[in-house]
Every structure is written in C-alpha cells, then in structure tokens.
Design a protein. Structure first.
Length: 123
C-alpha cells in the first residue's frame, strides 16, 4: 500500500496501525544483539528541526534509546544553529553537517585536523 492510498483512507476516517512494530523487518531486537558503536540520526529527521513535532519526537526517541543502550548518537545534516541547539537539548552530543564544515579534499581536511583540536569538531 502506498502513501497516497493510506492518506485517502485516513481522509475517509479509516485508521491505520503498524502491527507488531519493532519485530520482523523492523526488528528492534537486533539493537540488543548487534555489536554497535553508535547510532546515526538520518538527515531526513534533522532537516525540519526544530519546527516539526514529528521529527522532534523521533529524534527524542532515538536519543533516549541510545542513552538507554549506552551508545552515543550522531545527527547527520545539521545546517543551522537552531537544529544544533535542539539536538543538544534532546541529548545528541555529536553532529555532522554544513553548520560545521563543507566537504573538502583530504589534504584540506588533514590541515583542519592539525590546526583544530578534535574536541572542537563536536557540537
């Protein structure tokens, strides 16, 4: 079933649920078993922060889950100071994106690392 069909059903008053959320293809059980070092929050959940309540809820849930599992979380696609601030409030201590720097050749990146301590690379 595609997005348009689901939306049309909702407009007619039909309610939709995801059955067995967290199992099968979307199994959250893997999170307990996989040898993970960190979570990364996809830029699609960051791009509309802080104004989108759905993205706020998802990012908050991801950061809470990562804390509970003892894993750091990194936000991708951070482009604004407002995004950075809300991520910090939600408990996301690491980020990457244009707010911190643009893609660059390896030589320029090596210079950047040499000229700036690694701690300045976190949010």
């Amino acid at each position: 079933m595609n997005h348009q069909t689901l939306q049309a059903l909702r407009e007619r008053g039909v309610r939709v649920a995801i059955d067995d959320f967290g199992t099968g293809l979307s199994s959250l059980a893997y999170l307990k078993r996989l040898p993970l070092d960190k979570f990364k929050i996809d830029r699609s959940f960051v791009s509309e922060l802080p104004s989108d309540p759905g993205d706020l809820a998802i990012v908050g849930a991801i950061t809470a889950m990562s804390r509970a599992l003892g894993l750091p979380v990194v936000a991708e696609g951070v482009e604004t100071q407002a995004q950075r601030e809300v991520l910090l409030r939600l408990g996301c201590a690491y980020a990457q994106g244009f707010l911190f720097g643009r893609p660059m050749p390896a030589e320029a990146f090596a210079r950047c690392l040499r000229d700036h301590p690694a701690a300045s690379m976190t949010i």
